[in-house]
Design a protein around this ligand. Structure first.
Ligand code: PAF
Length: 302
């Protein structure tokens, strides 16, 4: 769809190349385009770091079901990568992403570069207490400050009616929901932050841009992660103590080819408070484990 949002056509801040979907890189044209789209109906935002796969496209399709227009942001956010993480090598493929999003009927791609997102002198960090603690932040200490900061900025830049995130990053979803409630970021509707179920490969492995880092043997072994998590959940449901089921899960992951386990925990699904037994709040099993130098995460309802 070619839309001249806010009277914009070719513009300094607009890259159009082969693609029909408008790709904007500057705030002023973004604001004009968003105003035009929002005058036509609700706008959904799908924040991404690009390297789009079926998991992202599932978010886009769900966004299309819920809103008149869909905006997708593509920004590899330096503030959520640790010093020794894969920022430099994180896959960047804007042309391929544009083609995928155009085929999905997305109205707008917001692809600022780091100097637009964090101009010289930038000094503000959003930190969400409680839900950001432990789990992924143990190995990645400032990761959720980086996520909360950029998502807060994306909400303010795009001003969507709703925003969609994958449940695969469960802690991230909990952090963003808490932040949106605390800072009154989107309309105060319970469904403004939409969590979408994890998309899985045929063997059960959760889709992730980082799966591309796995060699064939590690990729085959990685399917043990969801399989062994399901086995642990079955044991817990059958009455096993959490500690026994989680120790068995970790031993089995190491035997299946994983080199280390960052965490394997059962927590309250919304607040992420640690749990030691079932009952009361819905519970979630969350695991991060490393295989062949790649860190994989997954989570499931208990
Ligand atoms: O889940 C992601 O891809 C990123 O953490 C997000 C939400 C786009 C923020 O950079």
């Amino acid at each position: 769809m070619q839309r001249k949002a806010g009277g914009l056509s070719l513009h300094e801040g607009l890259i159009q190349g082969e693609s029909q979907v408008q790709t904007l890189r500057q705030l002023d044209p973004l604001r004009s385009a968003v105003s035009a789209l929002k005058s036509d109906g609700p706008l959904a935002l799908v924040p991404t770091m690009g390297a789009l796969h079926e998991g992202h496209l599932t978010l886009v399709r769900e966004a299309k079901r819920r809103a008149a227009h869909v905006a997708v942001s593509i920004f590899v956010n330096p503030r959520q990568f640790g010093a020794n993480e894969d920022l430099a090598t994180y896959p960047r493929q804007l042309a391929a992403d544009q083609a995928l999003l155009e085929a999905e009927g997305v109205s707008l791609i917001w692809a600022p570069d780091a100097a637009v997102m964090y101009p010289a002198g930038y000094a503000t960090t959003v930190a969400v207490d409680g839900v950001s603690d432990g789990l992924c932040s143990s190995a990645r200490p400032s990761h959720f400050d980086g996520v909360a900061t950029v998502v807060c900025k994306l909400f303010n830049q795009v001003r969507p009616d709703i925003a969609l995130f994958g449940e695969k990053d469960w802690q991230q979803l909990a952090v963003i929901r808490r932040m949106a409630r605390d800072l009154d970021l989107l309309e105060p509707r319970a469904e403004a932050i939409v969590g979408v179920a994890t998309v899985r490969e045929a063997d059960g492995l959760a889709r992730s841009s980082r799966n591309a880092y796995l060699g064939p043997a590690d990729r085959a072994n990685a399917a043990a992660l969801p399989r062994l998590m399901q086995a642990a959940i079955a044991e817990i449901r059958a009455g096993s103590a959490f500690s026994a089921a989680l120790t068995k899960l970790q031993t089995a992951l190491l035997a299946a080819g994983f080199s280390s386990i960052d965490y394997a925990e059962v927590r309250a699904a919304e607040t992420l408070t640690p749990l030691s037994q079932l009952g009361g709040a819905p519970a979630r099993l969350l695991v991060a484990a490393r295989i062949g130098g790649t860190r994989l995460i997954d989570n499931m309802a208990v």
